[in-house]
Structures are given as C-alpha cells and as structure tokens.
Design a protein around this ligand. Structure first.
Ligand code: FES
Length: 91
C-alpha cells in the first residue's frame, strides 16, 4: 500500500495539479491498483515555488508536470505496490 498526495494548494493548482491527478488516476486504473494506492489531495507541501508537488510515501517530488507522471509512477509507485504484493504472497 502506498499513499500518494498531490498538492492542490493554490500555487500547485495553478501550475496544473488537477491534470497530474487525472493522469495518476488513469494509471492507477490502467494497472488495477485501486486497492493498493491511496490518492489524496494535500493543501500545501511547503514547496510552493517549485511547481506541482507530489508526495509518494515519504518521498516528495516537485516540479511535476503531466508528462512526468508516467515516469514517476513507474519509478516510485509501481515498485512500492509490487513490494506490497510480494510481501502479501510471502515472496
Ligand atoms: S501550494 Fe503546493 S507546495 Fe504549497
């Protein structure tokens, strides 16, 4: 299980956090990870000047554009869910 928080504070919202959320939702659905990923909004992750900020587990990423979401998903989110899946199966 991994929690993803996308900042929807005013600065991040104006820089496109809504489309980042849409892209993450699509990838969660595409990979059928609805039961392994919690997607939340956050009202400020205190990196307002750095672009859309996304927190994956305990890691924080700034300057995320819609085009970066797939890469972030593959590098940070998918491995966390696979780890969870393998642990659950005792692998
Ligand atoms: S508004 Fe997004 S980090 Fe502050």
């Amino acid at each position: 299980m991994i929690t993803i928080q996308v900042c929807v504070g005013s600065s991040c919202f104006l820089r496109g956090s809504k489309s980042v959320i849409t892209e993450i939702k699509q990838l969660i659905n595409q990979h059928q990870l609805q039961d392994q990923v919690i997607l939340k909004g956050n009202f400020c992750l205190e990196r307002c000047s750095k672009g859309v900020t996304v927190k994956c587990g305990e890691k924080i990423f700034s300057g995320i554009a819609t085009k970066d979401v797939r890469d972030l998903f593959e590098k940070e989110i998918l491995p966390a869910t696979k780890h969870f899946y393998n642990e659950a199966k005792g692998l």
